[in-house]
Design a protein around this ligand. Sequence first.
Ligand code: NAD
Ligand code: UDP
Length: 333
Amino acid sequence: MSSQTYFPRVSVTRAVVTGGAGFVGSRLCEALVDSGAEVVCVDNLLTGAIENLGALRGRGALRFVRSDIAEDGFTSPAVRAALRPGVDLVMHLASPASPVDYLEHPLETLDVGSRGTRAALDLAQEHGARLVLASTSEVYGDPQVHPQREEYWGNVSSVGPRSVYDESKRFAEALVSGYRRTLGTDTGIVRIFNTYGPRMREHDGRVVPTFIRQALAGEPLTVAGDGSQTRSLCYVDDMVAGLLAFARSGHPGPMNLGNPHELTVRRIAEDVIDATGSRSRIDHIERPVDDPGMRCPDITLARTELGWEPGVTWPDGLSRTVGWFRRRGQEAA
Ligand code: NAD
Ligand code: UDP
């Protein structure tokens, strides 16, 4: 089996989404159900929340099972029962994703990337299903090539604080590639670049929800360093459309998914202040260790192979996200 062999396109009737109660996973569960699929969401709620699946409550097409896939694999009686009718797609998103989260849960992050990924691969193999690994732009580390193409091997510290996430995802990619080559499993790897939107936790530590929370509270926005480092931010609906297109395509990846519109962190802070109409000032805090200096996806492969590209502009996505945070704040008051 060549690692580049395409499998046939997948028509999805029953999908498992690991990490389906998280920010991206919950939107993915909704999109799968909207497309007519039945979905089994397996999540231990480490960084996710059952409320994220609220829009699917009462729709019989979703089953939620609370389970730690690194500890229990897919062996608990509740999971086995939910999986009995079969599975044709496993979307493997379970993992802390925010730097604050993975630094708080370093061993859980390593476990879910290693043991959790192996369990998800075994599940796919058992059912003859396609497995899609939600990998990350962090596999490129602090990149020395810009923008990042899939061929770039990256610049990653194996012992720095971020390594628990970066190396866990790199190991997961290696595991997926090993199953594909050795067992012929239908696998795909997507490398997700910074994604933002409604349902991010206001305290998850990532830049967009942090700045919006601070701006709405009239607190200073905490820009790390001089704010000249860059990120390229993709609105969550675009990301979910890309994930679905990739899942159905049979493409092996790795494939970058993200929005190539690159912004400095300082510009992100200024735009959040404008979008919220806040009077907050900008404060500078220490840059985290190994914080990548620049990040921007080359999405030529996704454009060519999937016909996918992001459609939601940063001002539009930011305004939708600010609106969601405002409504949430009013509901909580
Ligand atoms: P998130 O933290 O909101 O969601 C992750 C979900 O995984 C949570 O619901 C969490 O409870 C669950 N989980 C964690 N460990 C688990 C375990 N052992 N068993 C079962 N469930 C477990 O994060 P997100 O932003 O939605 O990210 C989803 C995926 O996409 C992650 O794999 C992440 O690495 C990847 N990704 C996201 C981004 C981004 O910008 N959002 C960027 C790159 C990669
Ligand atoms: N960042 C910041 N202030 C914050 C949170 C993050 O300046 O309060 C910076 C962070 O140092 C990084 C960028 O924003 O340079 C993106 O950080 P995030 O945690 O969102 O994602 P990642 O580092 O994983 O890309």
